[in-house]
Design a protein around this ligand. Structure first.
Ligand code: NAD
Length: 315
């Protein structure tokens, strides 16, 4: 699908990943409609593109079908990022990911079907693999047995997208992201910064610090997403997107405290598992997207350090 000179509908376009993606799509000469309910999206993230005449912001909710359908009219290609991405929330609220991710995606697919939209890019996640026995995990790994409700919701979305694409002749790209980090990332780096600002002497680390995962910088995430979409002409294609190595959580704590100028921080670990549904080891095979010509410009450690420095206003 071509992503130049198009009218592109970006759900969740005011979020962490969405705002950067909107900026890049505008740079490529597209018209972009950002559809977002601002539940975690932020005007600050899109401040730099707000006055671009090719950028439209619609404050709307994926669960309000009429709002969604009205905003979608006139757009050609859809990039669907809106979701509740808080993995841990599934433990206390078993409904949120079903509604915000699965029902929202169903609403979008129905709207696309009725308006005969044919191109969709979806923000999926590495968590669809569950606790994978093959590392690095390729796209054709199975069975897919997620261990979080968030992961289950992303897999359900992929299943719906696959079937709609087949039945209603759509082209769909499903991006299975590793942990994406950058200036406005939520998650471990922000969590550590907040805790260290409150108490620079001590840092609570969820789990035992040995969780090792792949971290991808936002800039590489956006370039990979655009490339995968542009190289996919038809059918349904899942693509992993991550860096090619892993980093443990203890090292992330060292990077955050070091960049904050703190030494001798006392780390307090909470136990073996960080939270129910956490995946301790994650590394995605990115061979498929590398064959298209993409590769990460930063490894996990470089990506985390850059994101932390950006978050602290040093870059
Ligand atoms: P984010 O929370 O910053 O962005 C999600 C955006 O969707 C927000 O702007 C939010 O306001 C909007 N939104 C949520 N529910 C909505 C609704 N009902 N109607 C309209 N807008 C709604 O999160 P992000 O990190 O930018 O993630 C973007 C996508 O990528 C999500 O689908 C997420 O699951 C996926 N993903 C993210 C990561 C990561 O590490 N950040 C990893 C894997 C997958």
């Amino acid at each position: 699908m071509k992503l130049e000179g198009k009218r592109i509908f970006v759900t969740g376009g005011a979020g962490f990943i969405g705002s950067e993606l909107c900026a890049k799509l505008l740079e490529k000469g597209n018209e972009v409609t950002c559809f977002d309910n601002f539940s975690s999206g932020n005007e600050e993230f899109i401040a730099g593109i707000r006055s671009n005449p090719k950028f439209t912001v619609v404050k709307g909710d994926m669960l309000k079908v009429r709002e969604l359908r009205n905003a979608l009219r006139g757009c050609e290609t859809v990039i669907h990022l809106a979701a509740n991405p808080d993995v841990r929330l599934g433990q206390s609220d078993t409904n949120v990911h079903f509604e915000q991710n699965v029902v929202a995606t169903y609403n979008l697919l129905e709207a696309m079907k009725s308006q005969k939209k044919k191109e969709l890019v979806f923000a999926s996640s590495s968590v669809v693999y569950g606790v994978a026995k093959v590392m690095p995990t390729p796209e054709d790994y199975g069975p897919l047995l997620p261990v979080s409700l968030y992961g289950a919701s992303k897999l359900a979305c992929e299943a719906l997208i696959s079937a709609y694409a087949d039945n209603f002749k759509m082209t769909a790209v499903m991006m299975r992201y590793a942990n994406v980090i950058g200036r406005h990332a939520h998650g471990v780096t922000r969590d550590f910064k907040k805790k260290l600002e409150a108490n620079p002497a001590e840092l609570e680390i969820l789990g035992d610090g040995t969780q090792t995962k792949s971290y991808l910088h936002l800039s590489d995430c956006v370039s990979g997403t655009i490339l995968a979409a542009e190289k996919t002409e038809s059918g349904v294609e899942p693509y992993n997107l991550g860096s090619e190595d892993r980093l443990n959580v203890r090292t992330i704590a060292d990077i955050v405290s070091g960049e904050m100028g703190l030494s001798n921080v006392n780390y307090k670990f909470t136990g073996k598992q960080a939270w129910a549904g956490d995946i301790k080891v994650m590394l995605l095979s990115v061979e498929k997207i590398k064959k298209l010509g993409w590769k990460p410009t930063l490894n996990s450690e470089q990506a985390v350090r850059k994101a932390v420095r950006e978050m602290l206003g040093k870059e």
